[in-house]
Design a protein around this ligand. Structure first.
Ligand code: BGC
Length: 728
């Protein structure tokens, strides 16, 4: 429903006031701000004066109820029409209670917990005065060199869509206006940002329209259908035109085809960046192109405020385009109830009770435990026996740097470190710690000390990884191995000949050469957040059973990148029955497949899959296919298993992936327990984007497969037939 309040205000605004409503400035520009807030991009000199600031529409990166109330009060005193500011910040995986990084959350395959974590993040942010979060980030990611893979839930469009919906629901609740405990969600980055060439941040993206539609757009469509209030344009080009000026993307797809009527915000500085991209000669043209494409808010540059008025005066753009953008912003303010209460949920008393409450920490611990992925566990090295002596070695032994990027309000002081987590589980003197190795440097003395400590223990836990700044925005790497110093540490420890458990802290799938061969057990902990140490200790000592599974493939080596499960077969697939030795699609020096595939993760128990059944051999377009499989816990520990359903379309108009995820269920079984798990597929699940971008299915042969990861599955064929009457 359109708001009268917004329309009434718009009618009273001058053209200058309107242009200013369309810019977003970082906290340092505002009087009354008690700190600089979050700075996530270049702070260039802006042509911004008092006038502009008094009429600005929104603030980036402020936090804290007192601070935000103070900025808002001052603003309302000075703004002629009393239009409140919108406060937006990156609350990506927690406000102060920090949850695991999104890539880790993806690995939990637990959308309910993901929703719960977003709800908690929203609640802590809302009482601190924030109105909009720049989250969830739902870019599809296939290149672990790109530092921002840590912000996404992974390489699959179906899974990413499910997490997008869950997070939107968690952030926004059922009705964001009614609930002061929620915030509006801004999905990002629209679109294709995850495909930056060479994994270099901000780099060119080059992909077909079909690829964009098939893999990169679905999570955005799902987020919009789930009611996301905002969307952020990405830095990159989409078919040669930067997203921020891309009429086809922003107007045709987003507004016309998907009927999105929320606010579009540029990414930091992306309007002015149309100049270095080379599609605008100057700031005036940048403003013109971005507005024409439907970018409502210009984040952190001044092209709109400087140029929109004269563009209208000179007849180069219609004022109605500006009105449209302003109206959308005012409507969002209205939807958030800011005209009635400009301070919304900001409440200093509640801040004290709500933020980092025990119940929030409990959820953080649970989600961290479900996000860790057990990659190796030879000879049942894990779980550890609490009676044994443990040596904890490595730069992450006592480090609080396990929150990961995009946790700017999280405090490393509040973090439960691995050492504290383990200490909580063992008797005094049972834990020996050596943390002399740095992340990127190690001395011979430190190595010797580490070896000495290792010798005194029964089992060694090595806590290694990347410094959190080695991933995240502008955190691309070409070498995705652990830093050399830590490889040397691992090598040195291996000479002690005791069982080694390696715990990894990192924001991307790594090349594990130098780690895997020296580890008897390997736990991928990502950046697990505030409760990380407790969650890891729960897993290492078997209080919880690992249940995470990878949502992004771990390459065998960086030279294979991109390597992902839903690839095409090629005309010369390796391993085909009649394949030649040389003239097939392969590397001479590496396997084709990843070291650990999508969907992979071990448990302390074992799950057996049997009896895959389908309800019919053929389904007509209007029918459904019921798929069932028996899953049994054949080990001796209770555990959670992620049952995954894939399909393959054997013959399509365009080539189809070797597998496509179409369903998953996370179940829990006690030892000996067996469950029959059911899935349903309909014709809609078999559709894909054809050469002309029509989203339809092809009658013919399909394969359905079910299993505990993307490579170990049981499969059965079935057929899609056009209509029921054709069925024999
Ligand atoms: C990032 C966005 C973020 C924005 C505001 C940009 O540099 O790309 O993801 O939301 O800054 O902090």
């Amino acid at each position: 429903m359109k708001s009268n309040k917004a329309a009434d205000l718009l009618a009273k605004m001058t053209l200058e006031e309107k242009s200013n409503q369309l810019i977003q400035l970082a906290t340092p520009f505002f009087k009354g701000a008690s700190d600089n807030g979050e700075i996530t991009g270049p702070m260039v000199q802006l042509k911004i004066d008092e006038q502009n600031i008094q009429n600005t529409g929104s603030v980036l990166g402020a936090s804290g109820a007192e601070n935000i109330i103070s900025i808002q009060k001052k603003h309302l005193e000075e703004n002629r029409l009393g239009i409140p500011l919108l406060f937006m910040s990156d609350i990506v995986h927690g406000y102060k209670t920090i949850f695991p990084i999104p890539l880790a959350i993806g690995c939990s395959w637990n959308v309910d917990l993901a929703e719960h974590s977003a709800k908690i993040a929203a609640k802590e942010a809302a009482v601190s005065g924030i109105h909009v979060t720049f989250a969830p980030m739902i870019d599809l990611v296939r290149d672990p060199r790109w530092g921002r893979v840590m912000e996404s839930t992974g390489e699959d469009p179906f899974l990413n869509s499910k997490f997008a919906e869950a997070q939107i629901k968690g952030f926004q609740g059922e009705n964001v206006k009614e609930s002061m405990e929620h915030v509006a969600a801004c999905v990002k980055h629209f679109a294709g940002y995850g495909a930056a060439e060479g994994g270099r941040d901000y780099n060119t993206v080059n992909m077909s329209d079909r690829e964009l539609h098939e893999n990169y757009l679905p999570p955005f469509k799902a987020a919009i259908n789930a009611g996301a209030k905002m969307i952020m344009s990405s830095f990159n080009t989409v078919d040669g035109i930067p997203a921020t000026a891309n009429i086809k993307l922003m107007r045709e797809i987003l507004r016309e085809q998907w009927s999105f009527d929320g606010v579009v915000i540029s990414d930091w500085g992306a309007v002015k960046e149309l100049i270095p991209h080379g599609v605008a000669a100057d700031e005036r043209e940048a403003a013109l192109k971005a507005l024409r494409a439907g970018t409502d808010i210009e984040m952190m540059t001044h092209c709109y405020t400087e140029n929109l008025k004269s563009l209208v005066d000179d007849g180069e753009i219609e004022e109605s385009l500006i009105d449209e953008a302003v109206l959308r912003i005012l409507q969002l303010k209205d939807e958030l109830g800011l005209f009635e209460n400009p301070f919304r949920g900001a409440n200093t008393n509640m801040e004290r009770d709500v933020i980092m409450s025990n119940s929030h920490r409990t959820v953080a611990r649970e989600l961290a435990a479900e996000s860790c992925v057990l990659l190796k566990n030879d000879n049942n090295t894990l779980p550890l026996d609490a009676a044994k002596k443990v040596a904890l070695i490595g730069p992450f032994a006592e480090s609080g740097d396990i929150l990961g990027q995009w946790s700017w309000l999280g405090s490393t002081e509040e973090v439960v470190t691995v050492a504290t987590g383990l200490q909580n589980k063992v008797k005094e003197n049972q834990l020996l710690i050596s943390k002399d190795c740095e992340i990127t440097s190690i001395t011979e003395d430190a190595k010797a000390k580490a070896i000495e400590t290792a010798k005194q223990a029964d089992v060694i836990v090595i806590a290694v990884g990347e410094h959190s700044s080695m991933s995240g925005e502008a955190g691309s790497r070409t070498n995705i191995q652990l830093p050399q110093a830590q490889l040397e540490l691992i090598q040195a420890i291996s000479t002690v000949n005791k069982p080694v458990v390696t715990v990894l802290f990192n924001g991307r799938p790594l090349d594990l050469h130098g780690v895997i061969e020296h580890s008897d057990a390997l736990l991928e902990a990502w950046y697990p957040g505030t409760e990380g140490g407790n969650a890891i200790a729960d897993l290492l000592f078997g209080k919880r059973n690992p249940s995470g599974k990878l949502t992004m493939s771990f390459p065998y080596s960086a030279g294979q990148i991109p390597v992902y499960y839903n690839h095409y077969n090629t005309g010369r697939p390796k391993g085909a029955p009649d394949a030649q030795v040389r003239y097939v699609s392969q590397y001479l020096d590496s396997p084709n497949g990843p070291l650990f595939p999508f969907g992979f993760g071990l448990s302390y128990t074992a799950f057996q899959y049997s009896d895959l059944k389908i309800s019919k051999q053929q389904i007509a377009k209007e029918e459904k296919l019921d798929i069932s499989i028996k899953v049994k816990n054949t080990g001796s520990a209770s555990g959670k298993e992620i049952v995954q359903l894939y399909i393959k379309d054997l013959v399509g108009e365009v080539v189809r992936p070797v597998k496509e995820l179409k369903g998953f269920k996370k179940i829990e079984l006690v030892p000996g327990e067996e469950h029959s798990i059911h899935f349903e597929l309909s014709e809609e699940d078999l559709r894909y984007f054809h050469a002309n971008l029509e989203y339809t299915s092809d009658p013919g042969e399909f394969m359905v497969s079910v299993g505990g990861n993307s490579t170990e599955v049981i499969e059965l064929p079935f057929q899609l037939i056009p209509h029921k009457e054709n069925q024999q």
